[in-house]
Every structure is written in C-alpha cells, then in structure tokens.
Design a protein around this ligand. Sequence first.
Ligand code: NAD
Length: 369
Amino acid sequence: MTTHNLLLLPGDGIGPEVMAEVKRVIAFFNEQGPDKFTFDEGLVGGACYDAHKVSITDETMEKAKAADAVIFGAVGGPKWDKVDYDVRPEAGLLRLRKDLALYANLRPAVTYPALASASSLKPELVEGLDIMILRELTGGVYFGEPKTITDLGNGQKRAIDTQVYDSYEIERIGRVAFELARKRRNKVTSMEKRNVMKSGLLWNEVITALHAREFKDVQLEHQLADSGGMQLVRNPKQFDVIVTDNLFGDILSDIAAMLTGSLGMLASASLGEVDPKTKRRKALYEPVHGSAPDIAGKGLANPIAMIASFGMALRYSFDLGKQADMIDEAIAATLDKGFRTGDIAAPGEKTVGTSEMGSAILAELAAQV
Ligand code: NAD
C-alpha cells in the first residue's frame, strides 16, 4: 500500500474551519483505500506570526519541502494589518510558492449544475462548464528586473516593470498544459499579446514548437489575450485548458472564477518541478478564497473549495483520479440535494454551516462505495 505524507497548513480565519472538513475526508479515504495518508500540521500566516514573529518558520519550510503535498487553508486578517511587510501573513504563502518553485498555477472553473443560476452569466452559457486556467506563476512582469520608480527631477516620476520570459519557462508551463489537456478534452488555447509584445512572440513560438515536437495529438490554438478574455465571457465552453503568462493569468483566472458563482467553490493547485528521485512534483493545494474574517469562527464557511483542493491533490499529486472524481461527484450530489452555505444560497433558501456541509459531502462519498 502506498502512503502519502501531507503537510496541512490551515492558517487563519476560516482556514482551520474548512481544513477540519478536509481531515474528515482524509479519514474517509484512509478507511477506504487504496492509498493511505499521514499528515503533519504547521502554523502559517498570522497564526505563525503570533507564535514566532514570522509568517512561516524555517522548520515548517523544511517540512513543506519534504512533504508529498502541502494542503493550505488561508492567511490574513485585520489583526495583522499593521505588522511589518516582510512578516505579513501573505509573506508565508509567497515564501512557500517561491522556495518550492511552484511555477504552474492550475485554476479549474467548474460550474456545478445546481449553481448555474448563481453565475453572473446566463445559465445556458455556464451550465456544465469545466475549464482549466493554467497560469505561469514565478516569472513575467511581477518579478522581472528592472522594477523601479525613478524621480526624474522635473516633477515627474517614471515607473518601470519588466516583462521577461526565457524559453525554458515557457516550455515547462506549456508541457504542463499539454499533459493536462491529454487527461481532459485534449485542447490547449495559448494566450499572449504577440501583436505588441516581444515576450508574446517568443511565447507563441515556443508553445508552437513544443506542440509540433511532442504533443501533435493535442489540439492547439492561439488567441490574443484581450480577445481571449472576451471569448471567456462570450462563450466559455469553447475552452478546455487555457495557458498564459503570470499577468494575463492573474486576470483571466479571476474572470473565469466569477463564471462559476462563488469564491467558496474555487479550488487551485500550484505545481513545481518533478523530483528526479521520487518522480513527484512539488505541490501546494489551496482554495482561491481568503480567510474571510467577516465570518471566521462562526462555523459558516463553505468548505467546498478546500475539499475540492484536496481532490486536486488526489488527482495531480497521487494519480488517484477515481478518488478525485468521487469527491467531485459527492460535491455535485450534495448541491443537487439543496445543501447551501450562506455564500451560495439564493435569497430565502435554507442554509447549513461548515460541518453540516462537510457531513453531507461525506455521506455522498460513503454512498458511492
Ligand atoms: P476573502 O476571500 O477572505 O473573502 C471575500 C468574501 O467572500 C467575504 O465576504 C467572505 O466571507 C466570502 N468568502 C470567502 N471564502 C468563503 C467561504 N469559503 N465560504 C463562505 N464565504 C466565503 O477575501 P478578502 O475579504 O478580500 O480578504 C480577507 C483576508 O484574506 C485578507 O487578509 C486577505 O489578505 C486574505 N486573503 C488571503 C488569501 C490566501 O490566503 N490565499 C487569498 C485572498 C485573500
């Protein structure tokens, strides 16, 4: 039997509340098999600052590096608004992403049938939607040098950000995109701005060459990122996997998120290199939402994004696609039966709390075996 070692980092606010539901799902799969999960836990964000005056300790970083996957809740909250920039809660997450070199950010946008009316788009446009936005996470304009604001001395200032990509960075994210597509509907749409940006030209060239060399069986199309954004809200179901750079991915993944209704439903994964020894990728799984201080401690948070993030770990770190499908189906069935936390309830609809939603999902999981 294979055993996987997880590091759970619940964080702040609703993080620990939604992580508690993941622990119940882990216990379920430990009983059902086929694989076993052990886990260690650590502090991150404000919780870690309160205990150690840093947002993540070196010891926890070492555990994260050694783990088969990191499962992350959320960090932040008004309590830590005034702490030094370097030790603010988000710095813990940024260090994890950086030190684990997590260059591929996967953001699925899935509309569960029961929630199609919660989208800001017409239900028929989003019903059955299941697309994946793949964002390059460690390069591009957020990190490129020079990155400065200069006083020009004439009452003007000049700000410079640098968009920079090396071909290896484009190729490795492209490879993730094609491999993902092979396990989905076999289509990749690459988005850049080759009409006005050199980095867009190189992006297009590298993705095209990689496709011709290794992935001819996958359908590839190119769209300019601006018209791609338009297509995303005009006809989102035309897409399967969208691969794009850090800046465009930041924007397009948030647009795609809103197609599905609520923040409480959105899972994500960030993947790094494959370790040549263990053949495992460094990986961190987290809900897209934050620590929701407005509802923290009240047992009201929707645990679906967190549970679905664990489902992504099963699929992308442990090759347990069947078990990941079970989670997705259990979530869909729970929603079909009318269970709603406050964030996804229509006006007047009855709502349940975090653990009740968790129990309903566990019951649906149990019903599948
Ligand atoms: P947020 O995602 O925490 O909350 C936005 C709104 O969505 C709130 O009304 C909240 O109640 C609701 N919401 C979010 N998740 C929910 C869930 N699972 N169930 C039900 N309702 C949910 O974003 P924010 O309010 O902008 O930020 C709050 C704190 O979280 C800030 O400190 C911010 O920096 C931090 N944050 C952290 C992360 C992260 O850890 N990755 C991401 C975003 C924001």
